[in-house]
Write a new protein. Structure first.
Lengths: 356, 290
């Protein structure tokens, strides 16, 4: 069923006509989605897509190349601040600004990739963690970045801001289309990249870096490239995030955010694009919607309110979302190390051979 | 001024070192980086606070009660979260401890709320004694020095001479060989977590006495202590303490010169040093066999 007879069959984007058909259906569904949904949900969808971009990028680094990063909030912040500031001060159109900001993030990714050549495991974790914190503090200290007060994102302008060619995209629905197009492009790009020489080099580094080096994979180039690509995705995601929320301050980009990004890809499934997408969707939904007002949950809400009144405090009940996320992280690693993608694979296998 | 800054730096550094040792003990035995260490200490400190303020018992009862709680907490986390994971990867273990961190932080926030509290510690930062003419040292600093020295010496003796300490070192070197030699590896892990949680709780109470008590208060000290442990080399306990001292002194002097950059100077130093010496200053560089 998964037999491949030549190289082209292995690398092509759509394995069969069925997949092509359903992908087209999905795409049409996504493009018509704002017609059926109320506007708060569109805002949620925007956040989800931003996180999808980031998770796909982080998965290239963590899932495919096997390098740990606890500093992705830093790249995210560079993207968010970079895009807004470039548009405000250099008056570049949105597309140019976001690409420029993402390239800056990618450059920082390259810089962090250099020490990563010699570090692994906990040492790499502390280096990236330090990077994330450093970025957060630098942004918080410099007045150019708005300091601790944060900055308001400029209007999302497709043309040249402040001139006759200005074309401002306003409202969650229009921003939705902008983000959707970018997300689809970046996800397809990531999927294609993982099927090329570069993607195979990344995976060989993850499986065994010494063996990869012996086989002729240049570790210096590919490890730094993986960091740079991942940071590029994070930069684009950050740039879009700025326009979705409209206002951000340095403390948005703290260590917890980096941890949540890691949670997304672990819950979704390391080393698969689809897993990253599913994980980002689930965690963002939990964080922004389901666990936001815990006391209103069906069944569980009443119980939690009772428990809070008896043993805990009602004010602190909002912290329940962090308890739930923590438990999900632990449960996924213990019971389903492949994440949601693993569940999907098992379901697929079960139905493929059904009823045998 | 110079001596004051130096002593203050050494005191904070010793505290970082103590907390770093808690991280290093677990890493030494089971190759797990415990990101929940800070929050374990935080919860223990909150329990001490709860015992002290709600039940109004004297400090010399509350302190041992908290230490017992810390031991149980460490064992419980190892038993419930790490033991069930079968053949976990490095990243998987990291995710488990990060999950435990979020869990504990959420629980503490739920129980005690986010507002900042003063931790009524036995040794105060403001009461000073003049031990030498012109040299004022506060009680807190004296406490940290005494405790760090006691814990270091007892750890050294424990790992060097006791049967359990030797079993722990054996487990670290090769889990399977240790099992064959009749060491109950799981029990060793459990005891390791208990010890680490205990030391972490003591250090966390010292940190709480210096700053304020809220569910996030251990984040920064934990990261500094972890960075200090990495700086000294996670596998060598004296190295970790020296790393902590370097960290504390550097931070204190830089903090005096450029107060606004204090939080990141330490990290920049760490990144530079581990780029040059990837396994830290005092541990032997691990050579991978193919």
């Amino acid at each position: 069923m998964d037999m491949k007879r030549d190289y082209y069959e292995d690398v092509k984007l759509f394995k069969s006509g069925t997949i092509l058909f359903w992908s087209a259906v999905l795409l049409i569904f996504l493009f018509t989605l704002p017609i059926y949904l109320p506007s708060y949900n569109i805002y949620l969808l925007n956040i989800i897509m931003v996180n999808v971009i980031l998770a796909v990028g982080l998965n290239i680094l963590v899932g495919y190349t096997g390098q740990i990063s606890l500093g992705h909030a830093g790249f995210f912040a560079i993207g968010a601040y970079g895009t807004s500031l470039i548009m405000m001060h250099l008056h570049l159109p949105f597309v140019a600004a976001i690409i420029l900001a993402a390239l800056i993030a990618a450059f920082f990714g390259f810089i962090i990739g250099l020490p990563a050549l010699r570090l692994e495991g906990p040492y790499l974790a502390i280096a990236t963690l330090g990077f994330g914190l450093t970025i957060m503090h630098i942004i918080g200290r410099w007045d150019v970045f708005g300091g601790r007060m944060g900055i308001t994102a400029p209007p999302l302008d497709m043309g040249i801001p402040g001139s006759a060619f200005s074309y401002v995209v306003q409202g969650d629905v229009k921003i939705y289309y902008v983000i959707l197009i970018i997300t689809v492009l970046l996800v397809i790009a990531a999927r294609n990249m993982m099927k090329t020489r570069v993607g195979r080099a990344f995976m060989s580094i993850r499986d065994d870096d010494i063996a990869a080096e012996v086989m002729g994979v240049n570790l210096t180039i590919y490890k730094t490239m993986s960091f740079a690509v991942s940071a590029f995705y994070a930069g684009v995601a950050g740039g879009l995030y700025g326009f979705v929320v409209g206002f951000f301050d340095p403390f948005t980009f703290n260590l917890i955010l980096s941890i949540i990004f890691l949670v997304m890809i672990t819950v979704g499934g390391l080393g698969s694009i689809m897993g990253a997408i599913m994980g980002a969707m689930l965690i963002t939904y939990l964080q922004y919607d389901l666990l936001k007002n815990v006391e209103n949950l069906p069944y569980l809400g009443g119980l939690l309110t009772m428990v809070s009144k008896k043993w805990f405090t009602m004010i602190g009940l909002a912290n329940f979302s962090s308890i739930a996320l923590g438990l999900i992280m632990i449960a996924i690693v213990i019971f389903e190390p492949l994440g949601m993608f693993g569940i999907w694979i098992r379901m697929k296998k079960y139905w493929k051979t059904w009823p045998f | 001024m110079f001596e004051m800054l130096l002593i203050e730096g050494i005191a904070i550094g010793a505290c970082y070192g103590l907390f770093g040792v808690a991280v290093a003990i677990i890493y030494k035995t089971s190759d797990v980086i415990n990101f929940a260490q800070g929050e374990m200490g935080m919860v223990a400190t909150f329990v001490a606070y709860h015992i002290l303020t709600v039940y109004n018992v004297p400090f010399w009862i509350a302190f041992p009660a908290t230490l017992v709680f810390a031991i149980l907490l460490g064992m419980a986390i190892e038993f419930c979260f790490l033991r069930p994971a079968k053949d976990p990867t490095v990243l998987g273990l990291l995710i488990i401890t990060l999950g435990a961190e979020m869990l504990l932080m959420g629980l503490a926030g739920w129980k005690w709320g986010a507002e900042q509290k003063d931790f009524p510690f036995l040794l105060s930062v403001t009461k000073t004694h003049e031990i030498m003419p012109g040299l004022l040292i506060n009680e807190w600093t004296i406490g940290v020095f005494t405790l760090t020295i006691i814990i270091m010496i007892s750890l050294f003796l424990f790992f060097r001479y006791s049967k359990l300490g030797i079993a722990m070192r054996a487990t670290q070197q090769n889990v399977n060989a240790a099992k064959i030699m009749g060491i109950k590896v799981e029990r060793v892990f459990s005891i390791t977590w208990a010890m680490s949680s205990l030391i972490g709780a003591i250090a966390a109470m010292f940190f709480a006495a210096r700053s304020v008590l809220d569910p996030n208060f251990m984040m920064e000290p934990f990261m500094r202590a972890f960075a200090a442990a990495v700086l000294g080399g996670l596998t060598s306990i004296p190295g970790v303490v020296i790393g902590g001292l370097i960290m504390g002194i550097t931070e204190n002097f830089f903090g005096y010169a450029w107060p606004e950059w204090k939080p990141i100077v330490a990290f920049v130093v760490i990144i530079l040093i581990i780029t040059v010496r990837p396994s830290g200053l005092f541990s032997k560089h691990y050579v991978k066999k193919v």
